[in-house]
Write a protein that binds this ligand. Structure first.
Ligand code: PLP
Length: 365
């Protein structure tokens, strides 16, 4: 390949590292000759999409020669109704990953700063570096709790956005409503707050912040939600943001014409309405959490109580090694290494059987 072509690659692009996803089940089966593999690496809903969603998907297969509804009209209407906002408050994306990228494309100039907690979700870094911005990391406090005063102190005149993931991936810790309200009162003008609530449906804490009320009150807050977690549609890629219509309008300029496919739109509308499946999913998660908490306690492993469908656990050993050992016996988890947590692992809450598999594997190693 011509050197000139490779030299033309934008400098900031050369600094990006491709996202490393959780290992696919089939790959692990083939690599280790295993028939049964439990994937507890990507915080997916372990019971899968509901029968209603599967039927809805079937019903549109004959229409796939048509382009999707570029504006995701019906889905936006359904989301708006659920959250008591207008469709103009909503933008649907090909997963919230796409929305994170679009936020950067809309608001970041080269040299701008983005503030985010550490450790947190890696795509905020990707979006920032893509636009030649820089990231100002603020370490979480004791017990991986949020310190919003530290976040405020990290904001400079160059800061355009602050990402707050609540509950946070990979820690499962969350922001209190009162703390967030105080934070917003002190926020310098011109800074956009992105509250990534990918796991908000799992939250049980009564004092947790929910960004929608701040959006409704006109604060500069963008709330991110996804259909990949509780709604069990990670494979279809649907996420959405809720913000003031004036903000949504600007982000909508960078949206690809048909960014959310037809199957995804229909599945999401149906999933939103399937309260029975939602309830079952929450119950499976709650009982799985209890099952895992008690196993970790029995094994003497420290864990962080979670408001999500995953748990951060300290193995007191190099997590890279634990990850490899678990893989060999058919359990895929996340090593804490990429998050800078060298002895911690992040495990998604699975079905009862999957959790047992993890517990037995941990006992074994
Ligand atoms: C905090 C957080 N935000 C966003 C995402 C991405 O979600 P989506 O599948 O909608 O792109 C994830 C996925 O793991 C996540 O943990």
């Amino acid at each position: 390949m011509s050197r000139q072509i490779l030299q033309n690659v934008r400098k900031n692009v050369t600094k990006l590292s491709p996202y490393i996803p959780g290992k696919p089940i089939r790959e692990v089966q083939e690599e280790y000759g295993l028939s049964e593999v439990a994937k507890l690496a990507s915080n997916e809903n372990p019971i899968g999409p509901s029968k209603k969603v599967q039927a809805a998907i079937q019903s549109v297969l004959g229409e796939l020669h048509r382009y999707p509804d570029g504006g995701s009209t019906e889905l936006k209407r359904a989301i708006a109704q659920k959250h008591d906002v207008t469709p103009e408050h909503i933008l649907v994306g090909n997963g919230s990953d796409e929305l994170i990228k679009m936020l950067s494309e809309t608001f970041l100039h080269p040299g701008d700063e983005v503030v985010m907690p550490a450790p947190s979700f890696s795509q905020y870094v990707f979006g920032t570096l893509l636009m030649d911005g820089s990231v100002n990391y603020v370490p979480l406090a004791e017990g991986f709790e949020y310190d919003l005063d530290a976040i405020l102190r990290a904001i400079t005149p160059r800061t355009k956005m602050v990402y707050l993931c609540t509950p946070n991936n990979p820690t499962g810790t969350y922001i209190r409503k009162e703390a967030f309200a105080a934070f917003m009162r002190k926020l310098p003008e011109g800074v956009l707050i992105v509250l990534d609530e990918a796991y908000y449906e799992y939250v049980t804490a009564a004092d947790a912040v929910h960004g929608l009320s701040f959006v409704r009150e006109g604060y500069p807050v963008v709330v991110l939600h996804t259909f990949s977690k509780l709604y069990a549609l990670a494979g279809l890629r649907v996420g959405y943001l809720v913000a003031d219509p004036s903000i949504v309008q600007e982000i909508n300029r960078v949206r690809e014409p048909f960014n959310v496919n037809t199957v995804a739109q229909v599945a999401a509308v149906t999933a939103l309405d399937d309260t029975e499946h939602v309830q079952t999913s929450i119950e499976v998660n709650e009982s799985g959490k209890k099952q895992l908490y008690s196993a970790f306690e029995r094994l003497g492993l420290t864990y962080i109580p979670t408001q999500t469908n995953f748990i951060l656990v300290d193995t007191k050993r190099p997590s890279k090694e634990v990850f490899q050992q678990l893989l060999k016996v058919g359990v895929i988890i996340r090593s804490g290494e990429p998050f800078g947590l060298s002895t911690w692992i992040r495990v998604s809450v699975g079905t009862q059987e999957e959790n047992i598999r993890l517990i037995e594997a941990l006992e074994q190693i």
